[in-house]
Ligand binder design. Structure first.
Ligand code: 0O2
Length: 217
């Protein structure tokens, strides 16, 4: 490796956080447009809130070690999908699938992978839908497709995952069986809450449709 190669690698490495930040900004803008359109069309947006973050270098390194990859720029870009991360919290599960269908149909991003932990929760009870996308970033040298991970959750799933993240996630020892079972139980409770809210929404919608029909509108 020549000195020039080395300097180029350092420069590429220095440019990375800015690249991911810009890609995330572009993605955030697209979601913002969807949110506004939904609100205008339906009177409310099913997207409750959106949070973005760029993964800390230390956390990237730890994840690479966890996955058994030697550190290099190529390995990092190939194996770490969530350097740019976005979390979208929706009111209802069906809104999550509606949003993913829409994202899959867009020409200004590529859906690379979908991991459905809602249909197939993780062993500990974790539920979310993860979508790995690539977003085009127009640079001086041409277009570069930058990867980002979008995590979609309901409010109840987000509550569970945030608490679990604070309490246990990355806890490197085996959890006692009764603690793991209670944690899973809490995930089930969150799921039941989601379903109850959906049933209530249906009921309220039917009531308001009945009112409209009754008023002759
Ligand atoms: P952090 O600190 O939240 O960023 P793979 O796709 O299999 O190569 P990856 O990326 O680990 O590997 O896959 P996965 O399962 O899609 O997990 C990505 C992210 O989802 C995690 O990032 C967490 O943010 C979240 N996540 C996954 N499993 C759990 C879980 O059991 N509990 C909670 N609270 N969050 C989870 P990081 O980098 O691991 O962590």
């Amino acid at each position: 490796q020549t000195d020039e190669d080395f300097v180029q690698q350092i420069n590429e490495f220095k440019a990375l956080p800015a690249l991911y930040r810009h890609a995330l900004n572009e993605l955030e803008n697209k979601i913002d447009v969807i949110k506004t359109e939904w609100a205008i069309r339906d009177g409310f947006s099913p997207i409750e809130h959106v949070k973005c973050r760029i993964k800390e270098p230390k956390s990237i390194l730890q994840k690479m070690q966890r996955k058994g990859h030697k550190f290099s720029l190529e390995n990092m870009e190939q194996h770490i999908h969530d350097i740019a991360g976005m979390r979208i919290v929706c009111a209802f599960v069906k809104d999550i699938y509606r949003l993913v269908d829409h994202l899959s149909s867009r020409e200004d991003m590529r859906v690379l992978e979908i991991k459905d932990y809602i249909a197939h929760p993780k062993q500990n009870g974790y539920q979310s839908l993860h979508v790995i996308v690539a977003v085009p970033l127009v640079l001086l040298d041409g277009t570069r497709w930058v990867k980002a991970e979008i995590q979609l959750r309901t409010l109840a799933m987000d509550f569970w995952a945030s608490m679990e993240h604070i309490l246990y996630y990355k806890f490197d020892k085996q959890l006692p069986a009764h603690v793991a079972a209670e944690l899973k139980d809490a995930a089930r409770a969150a799921d039941e809450l989601d379903q109850k809210m959906l049933r209530l929404r249906r009921e309220i919608l039917e009531l308001s449709e009945g009112d409209t029909a009754g008023s002759g509108a």
